[in-house]
Design a protein around this ligand. Sequence first.
Ligand code: FAD
Length: 498
Amino acid sequence: MFARAVISTIFLVAAQVIHTFALRSVQDVLLYSGTRDGVESCAILARQLPKQVFFPSDEGYMQRQTQYWSGQQAELFSACRVMATRAEDVKPALEILSTRNQTFAVVAGGHSSVIGASSAGDESIVLDLSFLNNVVVEPDGESVWIGPGARWGDVYALLEMKGLAVPGARVAHVGVGGFVLGGGISWFANLFGWACDSVDGFEVVTPGLEILEVNALRHEDLFWALKGSLGAFGVVTRVRLPTVRCKEVLAGAIEYPDEAVEDLLDAFDALSEEDGTGQSYLSFSWTGVTKRMSNIAYLVDMDTESTSPAFERLTKIPNIHNGLQKQTLKTSADEISAENPLGHRRSKFTLTVNSDQPLRWIYQKFVDFIKTLGFAPDDLLRFTFQPLTLSHLQAQKNFFPLIPGSAPFYIISVEMWWIDSDKDDYFEVQMKNLAEELENWLRARSELHDFVYPNYAAKWQDPFHGVEKKNRIALERAKRRYDPGNMWRRLVPGMWHV
Ligand SMILES: Cc1cc2nc3c(=O)[nH]c(=O)nc-3n(C[C@H](O)[C@H](O)[C@H](O)COP(=O)(O)OP(=O)(O)OC[C@H]3O[C@@H](n4cnc5c(N)ncnc54)[C@H](O)[C@@H]3O)c2cc1C
């Protein structure tokens, strides 16, 4: 893991050095970085927002470039980055981009695995929200406004000084913007549903160039449409979440031997049915170095004295290592972050299944699939099972096509990591073939759910596909109202559109 992190850091530092020395002057920028259109748009943006526009020759630009989760996103160099610090920067930037018909991408934490979702090539511009990272607790402590560029680890660190928490990502370096707008599975999901369901206010700059405060009473159509849209309705410049009292949780990873997988899956099903304060995901990873499956259950219970029978079942299965302990959400999120270094090349897709029935078959399918892959030492395949419980789905206030009555459902996420860019096509094809095979098998047994979780979807999957007709109509109506010029579809190619 350390070796991989070192190699990816070397790659990004080398890219930074090349760009820093190659691009010394505006002349160089014009000659080297970007098409004429992209560079001209940047020049106009720089006149309007002189302190906010960074070029590839600027250190600040390259610092941001190294923060992408996916190596393929990190190697796309846009003509410039507009580093917004408030909604009032975003609005004139959008106005210029719209007038010039200039394509662009929006980035918050940069953790999308979809190439071009939050980065862009040299003909385009990146609207970067990472300086929009304020965390402001309301005086009564009941809620908090968070900038989309904040990282969850920083949010937790700040809130835990006040004995508070919010439903956020389970990994520290994930960004607030994409996580919340794409749904958001947190350790609080059994209590409050998706993170987006908890949001009680957004500030958003619409493609129609308005800065709006939206909530259940004002622009409620947009308030609803934003939840799960992954940015398809405008640039969100802050979100408001109610806080919960939370000092510590019981959290940690338990690693199991292969012989325990059957028992592990049984205990996991029981926990998913139980709907309590305890939650778990199962993750199975194979690397070219270890050449064995690492079978992990990461468990978290909000009740630090948990006596949940299903939780106990998981802890009683003979294991290789049990890291379960009382800790803060921040330390737990840091722990998982350490297992998820930045910068590898990635391919990721997701499926949702109707019940726990196919999980054993899927596990076996991955074991077989691994044998067919050519693994270099730094390559990794990981698949993760996550339950969507009854109480999670009952708390929904969004357009996702998930009817609580049939819960629990299970989200499967599959990711491949590698270093060597020559393998891009190989792994992409393998992953697509695998997805197709799994889908066909599950569909034939009525086990494939229509839901595609936006935050885990591959570029070739469409999270809006399964949305019910009446919700789709309402989304389209909101789209016409807040994006009358169809700006997003015209100019933001990396996103899914309604
Ligand atoms: C290591 C890792 C751990 C993860 N853990 C979890 C987890 O615990 N739970 C979970 O549900 N998901 C998890 N995810 C998935 C993650 O939530 C998504 O990848 C999410 O979209 C990342 O958000 P971001 O802001 O970091 O990414 P970005 O790549 O910056 O953004 C993702 C998309 O959202 C758009 N966007 C972001 N912010 C805005 C905004 N303010 N306005 C308009 N559009 C915006 C971007 O344009 C882009 O298309 C994880 C991903 C990784 C890589």
